[in-house]
Design a protein around this ligand. Structure first.
Ligand code: ADP
Length: 519
């Protein structure tokens, strides 16, 4: 009954197979009695009348359980036990010794020969059946554990093979950031071998000075279960060589949601970076080559326009003016793209000297004056005629100011108003943490360009300084979305900050902070 319910509960598929029991006794009557009892219980029973026959039977077919008499002529029960327990292929067969030898010493001796249980003759039939069942249950459970272990170790073998043949480096760390696993590719990429890496702190092996919080995220960082953090940085290998790598991190959580470690997969992206560089060089070469013919078109157009202004009709003049405007536009675009490729290659250099921002602002306003007049836009200056000396690159700062004033004109309707203001602020109090480092400057110049135009949709404000960003709905207005990106790089390259906010009524205000020089 008990066995049936176990089958229904289905804890073990192996229990469903009829168990095979070998009964060994030199006394035929005992043998038959035992065999009958077990057969009645539904077992498949085989018998052997001596130790020798028992060993032959086992060799023919492994039983699930043996009931073994001790005192037999020839090979006795102890010797059968010893022989079977010595051989790997038979050592797992459970053996119950059934003997008239009834002292505690006999029991101990039997067990010391490797028997699993001991039943004294004359036995109680119920007890015998209960012991047989218990021994079989134990055997089936052990078989299952062994089977599961084999499966797990096969799976582990497979996973180890995959992990050690994958091209990406893989390592894992515990909550103390100590490395607990390090695969072959990780050894190859870092130059450190498994033994050197295990137990070390992540940052001891991943010497990435530019990686910021790579190995130890800041106190405010809250990792999420499915979060994958991808970073690129330069890794210093054991041999001192620096290589670019891309690393993705996943966090390991305990059942109560605590981070207990991380798995890091990383790859050497030197080749990718090399190709990127080649592509960038090629693009920059093409852009550069565009510049000369464009400048030629522009100059020739101007000459033709000047030479023939009086002799040609208005339509032709307009056409020539269009050519000039288009060449200007293309030239601006080419210059922007050239700057970006310089920026990305890290070759943009600022020719910094003592300059006066007052001049820069005046020149920028004058440059844009004609366009503002055609749109009947008034440009109001709110800065004193005093000097605003800074240490900067005149040409690049002019580009920033011209771009900001030009944008203000572009995105302000006819009849609008633009205000350019400047203030020299002695030792700014850090209103915003991003301006804190400007405090080291003896004084800070604050310039703002404000318009009462379209303004910038709130959702676009955080990304407006990114490359190729343009606000939806403004794409019919000329532009490539590069000006603000370049402006930000130039201002930050001068140790300054630039940001934008919408005005409470209409339009937006771009603000620049620049470290100023003493007068
Ligand atoms: P471009 O003007 O060449 O497209 P920018 O990087 O200078 O590139 O500007 C990016 C986008 O930001 C513009 O296309 C426009 O959508 C928005 N923008 C910039 N300045 C203003 C402004 N003063 N008012 C409204 N929108 C602006």
């Amino acid at each position: 009954m008990q066995e049936k319910s176990e089958k229904q509960g289905g804890p073990s598929r192996l229990m469903d197979i009829v168990s095979n029991i070998l009964v060994v006794d030199d006394n035929r009557n005992n043998l038959e009695l035992l065999s009958d009892i077990l057969k009645l219980e539904g077992y498949y029973v085989r018998t052997a009348e001596s130790g020798e026959v028992a060993l032959q039977e086992v060799a023919q077919e492994r039983p699930d359980l043996m009931l073994l008499d001790i005192m037999m002529p020839g090979i006795d029960g102890y010797e059968v036990c010893d022989t079977l327990k010595r051989r790997t292929e038979t050592q797992d067969i459970p053996i119950i010794l059934v003997s008239a030898k009834g002292s505690i010493e006999d029991t101990i001796k039997g067990l010391s020969h490797g028997a699993d249980d001991y039943i004294r003759k004359p036995y109680n039939e119920m007890e015998l059946i209960a012991r047989v069942k218990a021994a079989l249950k134990m055997k089936h459970l052990l078989d299952e554990v062994r089977h599961t272990n084999r499966m797990l170790s096969n799976q582990k073998e497979q996973i180890d093979t995959i992990i050690n043949t994958m091209g990406e480096g893989l390592f894992s760390v515990n909550q103390d950031m100590e490395i607990v696993f390090f695969n072959s590719a990780a050894e190859e990429i870092t130059g450190h071998n498994f033994r050197e890496a295990i137990g070390k702190k992540c940052m001891q092996i991943f010497d990435c000075p530019d990686a910021g919080e790579c190995c130890s995220p800041g106190p405010d960082f809250v990792p999420l279960r499915d979060q994958k953090v991808v970073q690129e940085y330069l890794l210093t290998r054991k041999d001192g060589r620096r290589i670019p790598i891309r690393k993705s991190t996943r966090f390991i959580f305990s059942s109560d949601d605590e981070v207990i470690g991380r798995v890091e997969v990383f790859e050497d992206i030197s080749r990718e970076k090399e190709l990127e560089q080649k592509k960038a060089d090629f693009i920059s070469m093409v852009i550069h080559d565009l510049k000369n013919p464009l400048t030629t078109i522009k100059i020739c157009d101007k000459i033709v326009l000047n030479e023939t202004r009086r002799s040609i009709d208005a339509d032709l003049t307009r056409l020539l003016q269009n050519i000039e405007a288009s060449a200007d536009h293309l030239l601006n675009l080419v210059n922007d793209l050239l700057d970006i490729s310089k920026l990305e290659a890290g070759t943009m250099e600022f020719n910094r000297q003592r300059i006066d921002m007052n001049d820069i602002m005046e020149i920028s306003i004058n440059t844009q004056r004609m366009i503002s007049l055609t749109k009947e836009i008034e440009i109001e200056k709110e800065f004193a005629a005093e000097r605003y000396p800074i240490h900067g690159d005149k040409d690049y700062l002019l580009r920033v100011m011209i771009n900001l004033i030009g944008n203000a004109i572009k995105f302000t309707p006819k009849g609008g108003k633009i205000r350019v203001t400047a203030k020299d602020m002695a030792r700014l109090k850090p209103v915003d943490p991003s301006t804190a480092e400007l405090e080291v400057a003896p004084s800070v110049l604050r310039i703002s360009i404000s318009d009462n135009g379209t303004g910038i949709p709130e959702e676009d404000l955080p990304t407006i300084f990114e490359k190729y960003r343009r606000v939806r709905g403004t794409t019919d207005i000329e532009g490539a979305g590069l000006g603000l990106y370049i402006a930000k790089v130039i201002i930050e390259g001068h140790g300054g900050r630039i940001w934008v906010a919408n005005n409470s009524d209409h339009g937006s205000t771009f603000t620049i902070l620049l470290p100023a020089l003493p007068e």
